[in-house]
Design a protein around this ligand. Sequence first.
Ligand SMILES: NC(=O)c1ccc[n+]([C@@H]2O[C@H](COP(=O)([O-])OP(=O)(O)OC[C@H]3O[C@@H](n4cnc5c(N)ncnc54)[C@H](OP(=O)(O)O)[C@@H]3O)[C@@H](O)[C@H]2O)c1
Length: 189
Amino acid sequence: MGSALGARLASAGHEVAYGSRTPEDRTGSVSQTDAVQGAELVIIAIPGTAVLSTLEGIGEDVLADRIVLDVSAAFTPDMALAYPNDSVARRVQTRFPRARVVKSLNTMNVSIMVDPLASLSQATVFVSGENQDAKAAVKGLLADLGWTTESILDLGGVASATATEHAAPLFFATYLALQTMRFNIAITR
Ligand SMILES: NC(=O)c1ccc[n+]([C@@H]2O[C@H](COP(=O)([O-])OP(=O)(O)OC[C@H]3O[C@@H](n4cnc5c(N)ncnc54)[C@H](OP(=O)(O)O)[C@@H]3O)[C@@H](O)[C@H]2O)c1
């Protein structure tokens, strides 16, 4: 996810830094703390169950009031929802109240995230978060990834991230039925 989103955003003119636990083994990456320290917006693209501990390691003062775009999903080892009554995004917002957390892009495969309408006539991308400026910035990034204004559905506050994180079983059931990950949820009315 990180490399696919990063490459697409870089091609749209953004300066992208990749944070890694082992930057010495990953050409072109820096430490997670260095990546966050220089960033206007941080994309969390790691396993959902590792997000809180990773952010603890980076530190509250480094994270500060940055916009945090959380695209993660959190599963147990047997692929059940790790937080059946909660979400990664809400947990991060609660633990780091200064950070401006936005949940988005988590309801689809990465191939659709970076190429939303190339093969799909309709597609919806959900956005959840408390801070309007942060959501506006994320919607700008979504536009850079190719999402139209009409395809973006703002669900409201960060509590609504639970709904999209809990769409993961629907995603996997659909994948098993279709045998492809090139599909997306489309909300029509
Ligand atoms: N792939 C998709 O299409 C897709 C779709 C929707 C949502 N998501 C969610 O988006 C997130 C990223 O997906 P992905 O497919 O890119 O995941 P991934 O390949 O499994 O992991 C991405 C990176 O996270 C770091 N990482 C792995 N385990 C970690 C741990 N225990 N603690 C801290 N960092 C760890 C690794 O980077 P370093 O080794 O360099 O630190 C790894 O390269 C996940 O939460 C996933 O569920 C993915």
